[in-house]
Design a protein around this ligand. Structure first.
Ligand SMILES: [Zn+2]
Length: 428
């Protein structure tokens, strides 16, 4: 009844023009045997959620059956997989006091993130190798075909390994500083049990040790372009992508064990960094095709937004990498206004993503509204009903929505939203 009321509220919208509410972020937990199939007891809620998504972009879909979320307590919904809205996730807690609370979600958080700008490392690696090649040429030593590529990958992996170690050191330093703060710095949280595990006699470390230390990444697609001239939409690019993600995963697993803290791989949204990092990159390296010919780096390991493909193909590609993540990720697809009336197709899409083991899935549909008359839909110029040019353009720029992406986000993310192609072929 509560879930039904919440979703109905989301569908109805806020205020006299029934606008889409931007917060709180709605997340629907999909669970086998509960709400996935017509014979499941809460299937009606899944259908209602899909209707809300088609109109309001919310809810997003969390996959309780995600393989990395295994070990939850079926008797305790506080341990069922969900995210913190944007995408941050807390998975197995190495400091859980009780084996039944290993996958506890409530009362834990992302303590700090550090993001590695991978395309810059790839350029540093490649430039080093090209300089080596020049030296070899000067001595009339010929390099074999593919030698630059091979050596660049080796140099990049070595540099990445070093940067992941530095990220760990930065996170540990920040963690110690955070733990040295008194409980009164967030008095309400600690006094009211908002943070799980807090013991006054031990200080706030007793609570923060259950949270996540996130090692993030930016621009996998551009990194692959620099190293091998193609991204992970090609098989060869995917092979290298898996090698890179395996390094992140193995190192985070080791840090977790060594430091008894929850280090995890984070697929960073980089709301501001996607733009500022690109600006610096361009100043240094100029415009390189498929690498720096945009205003932003591609979000984490996402497929570049300008690639044309069906939503199913996008899910197929990203699902090969989401399993490496343990501190949060999101996969989303862009649909056109026509999908609003096709709830069955949206259902197929969400089910497809869940069955492909995507942990957190969202669907973007155009949700513009006229601020004068309240008309809603995709508005390309002025309002089709009253002609007003006061249009609120709601878009998902990260995991949650933003009121008006043209004023709430930087030039990089604005350009990304404008470059996004619609993933057509929903009925395929
Ligand atoms: Zn209007």
């Amino acid at each position: 009844m509560v879930t039904k009321a919440l979703i109905e509220g989301s569908i109805k919208g806020c205020g006299k023009f029934h606008k889409t509410s931007i917060f709180p972020c709605g997340i629907f937990q999909c669970m086998k045997g509960v709400n996935r199939k017509p014979e499941d007891p809460n299937y009606d809620l899944f259908k209602l959620a899909l209707k809300s998504t088609s109109l309001r972009l919310y809810p997003n879909y969390a996959n309780v059956d995600w393989s990395n979320a295994a070990g939850y307590d079926p008797e305790n919904p506080c341990t069922y997989f969900s995210t913190m809205g944007c995408r941050t996730a807390n998975l197995a807690d190495i400091n859980a006091d009780d084996p039944k609370l290993v996958q506890l979600k409530d009362g834990r958080g992302n303590i700090s993130p550090v993001t590695i700008i991978m395309p810059t490392l790839a350029m540093q690696a490649k430039e080093k190798v090209l300089a080596e090649q020049d030296k070899a040429n000067a001595k009339s030593i010929d390099w074999k075909e593919g030698e630059v590529e091979y050596r660049s990958i080796e140099a990049f992996m070595k540099l990445l390994d070093k940067k992941i170690n530095e990220a760990r050191d930065m996170l540990l330093e920040r963690f110690d500083w955070q733990c040295s703060q008194p409980a009164k710095s967030a008095k309400f949280m600690y006094e009211n049990g908002t943070m799980y595990g807090y013991k006054p006699e031990e200080g706030i470390r007793s609570a923060l040790k259950h949270g996540t230390l996130a090692i993030g990444q930016l621009g996998l697609a551009e990194t692959l372009q620099i190293l091998i001239g193609k991204d992970h939409t090609a098989d060869e690019g995917m092979k290298l992508a898996i090698k890179i993600e395996t390094l992140f995963k193995e190192k985070c697993a080791k840090f977790k064990k060594d430091n008894k803290l929850n280090f995890g791989v984070y697929y960073t949204p980089a709301e501001n960094l996607c733009y500022t990092a690109m600006k610096k990159f361009k100043e240094k390296y100029g415009e390189i095709k498929n690498v720096s010919d945009h205003e932003y780096f591609t979000n984490s390991m996402h497929v570049p937004v300008w690639k044309k493909m069906t939503p199913f193909e996008k899910i197929d590609i990203e699902s090969k990498l989401t399993g490496f993540s343990s501190a949060g990720c999101i996969t989303y697809v862009e649909l056109d206004a026509g999908s609003i009336n096709n709830i069955d197709a949206l259902e197929d899409l969400v089910n497809y993503a869940m069955d492909k083991d995507i942990p957190y899935f969202a669907i973007n549909v155009p949700a513009d509204s006229c601020e004068d008359c309240g008309w809603q839909g995709e508005i390309n110029g002025n309002c089709p009903k009253c002609g007003s040019n006061k249009i609120q353009r709601l878009r998902r720029v990260t995991g949650y929505l933003t009121g008006n992406y043209t004023t709430a986000f930087n030039l990089g993310k604005q350009a990304e939203v404008e470059n996004r192609v619609k993933h057509n072929g929903l009925e395929a």
